[in-house]
Write a protein that binds this ligand. Structure first.
Ligand code: NAP
Length: 432
């Protein structure tokens, strides 16, 4: 019997567990560990609450968790409750699927002023991540700015722009819904350091901005190159650029404006004790397509600034780490130690990208460790013994089901669930 520990229960962890289960059948036990008693990582805490169809993928993960050879072990923090070296003594292989939960920094003066938040914090706040339940983003000014031209920037801007009515059917947490309902924000400036041809936003997500109840996208026509220049673009990007061109032609007006400010590089954040404005430099593209400052600067008023410029993985003691992710070759970090998903590749790609990623690493493991063999390791039995001796009480998949049932039973009308936003609330449901 083989024993595998997958650390992290987001998409990458679940696809890897699924692949290992397929490769080994009843010759292996696979434990999916998570620091929280609730699984699914990015699906629960990252995917926008008004994108329920994307969240439905967790049903597939449920099926994996229900397989006989797979266990969910929650409430265990690897690196604090147990080290990777200890896990390697208990398991044949350890696969780090810890995602990329930290915001990359702009690295400009004033970034630490109150009112500047990272997208991981803001997204975590409206998605019920316990670390960010108390974020209380400043929504009482008329202007907000979102830095970045990727899908996360779009998510943040859209959430700021929607009406209460537009959140029907979503699982946005109650504290965020109420705060957003009373928000004074009327202008959301979305800053891209390059132009419309360099955006990282995808057409489906961008297209949503054209149909909002109380907000319109505003795009400056002179930011575009001649329309013929769209021809050679990759089809998805061409579609996005066509949508942006359509936004630039829009005649309608609504109460809120989502202003695309292209060729705009933040130089510093200013304000008296809290953010009041961004000082921005106009850019142009250099020969290699990178943003080059032109020396022209201007102000963008903002009492809330959200930076959405990418994420990095959390380092774990004794695991080689560089450039925001674990150092690995094709997923292999060291003997019997692997990384998958964003912890392996960095924060790019869709949820589905993690499937081939997890399968590839599972194949490598299966090639290195035949099903017939045994590493003589004890897996979960020994893990639980060790955790107990340290006063750590792990949770299991049935515990998650109890939490989920309670969340569903607390849902406001039209919402699939009302999430608990504090670790102790999860434990309280379990009578701990
Ligand atoms: P992303 O797609 O990599 O976009 C990051 C953006 O930040 C880029 O526009 C980048 O501009 C900009 N940026 C980076 N450093 C900057 C700096 N110092 N100053 C100004 N701008 C800077 O990352 P993401 O939006 O965090 O998304 C992560 C992944 O999740 C992506 O693959 C995304 O598609 C996916 N995602 C998908 C969905 C969905 O499908 N609905 C939703 C959310 C996220 P440059 O190009 O100039 O570097």
């Amino acid at each position: 019997m083989r024993h595998f520990a997958v650390v992290g229960s987001g998409p990458a962890g679940f696809y890897t567990a699924e692949a290992l289960e397929k490769a080994y059948g009843d010759q292996a036990r696979i434990d999916i560990l998570d620091r929280y008693p609730v699984p699914y990582g990015l699906i629960r805490f990252g995917v926008a609450p008004d994108h329920q169809s994307l969240k439905a993928v967790s049903k597939r993960y449920d099926k994996v968790a229900e397989r006989a050879g797979v266990d969910f072990i929650g409430n265990v923090t690897v690196g604090a409750d147990i080290s990777v070296a200890e896990l390697l003594e208990l398991y044949d292989a350890v696969i780090l699927a810890t995602g990329a939960p930290h915001d990359r920094k702009l690295g400009i003066p004033g970034e630490d002023l109150p009112g500047v938040v990272g997208s991981a914090e803001f997204v975590g706040w409206y998605n019920g991540h316990p670390e960010f339940a108390d974020l209380d983003p400043f929504l009482h000014g008329a202007h907000a700015a979102v830095v970045g031209n990727g899908n996360v920037a779009l998510d943040c801007a859209r959430i700021l722009a929607k009406t209460r009515h537009e959140f029907e059917g979503s699982d946005i947490v109650g504290h965020a819904l109420d705060a957003l309902d009373h928000s004074a924000i009327r202008t959301i400036t979305i800053l891209g350091r390059r132009g419309p041809h360099q955006i990282a936003m995808t057409p489906k997500e961008l297209g949503e901005l054209g149909h909002l109840e109380a907000a319109v996208p505003v795009v400056e026509p002179s930011d575009f190159p001649p329309v013929e220049a769209d021809e050679p673009l990759e089809p998805g990007l061409r579609k996005s650029v066509t949508l942006l061109r359509g936004f630039a032609d829009l005649q309608q007006d609504k109460a809120k404006h989502m202003v695309f400010d292209f060729f705009a590089k933040p130089l510093r954040v200013e304000g008296d004790g809290k953010v009041e404005r961004l000082i921005v430099e106009r850019t142009e593209l250099d020969e290699k397509g990178a943003a080059r400052g032109t020396g022209e600067t201007y102000e963008v008023p903002a009492s809330l600034v959200i930076t959405a410029i990418g994420y990095s993985t959390s380092p774990i003691p004794d695991v080689p780490f560089e450039g925001g992710k674990f150092v690995n070759e094709g997923g292999r970090i060291a003997d019997r130690l692997y990384a998958v998903g964003w912890a392996r590749r960095g924060p790019s790609g869709t949820i589905g990208t993690n499937r081939p990623d997890g399968y590839e690493v599972a194949e490598q493991i299966a090639a290195a460790m035949p099903a017939e063999g045994s590493g003589g390791r004890e897996g979960a039995t020994a893990l639980k013994r060790l955790l107990e001796s340290r006063g750590v009480m792990p949770t299991d998949y049935d515990d998650w089901r109890k939490i989920e049932e309670t969340e569903v039973s607390r849902a406001r009308p039209g919402s699939p669930r009302e999430k608990f936003v504090r670790h102790q609330d999860w434990l309280q449901v379990l009578g701990r």
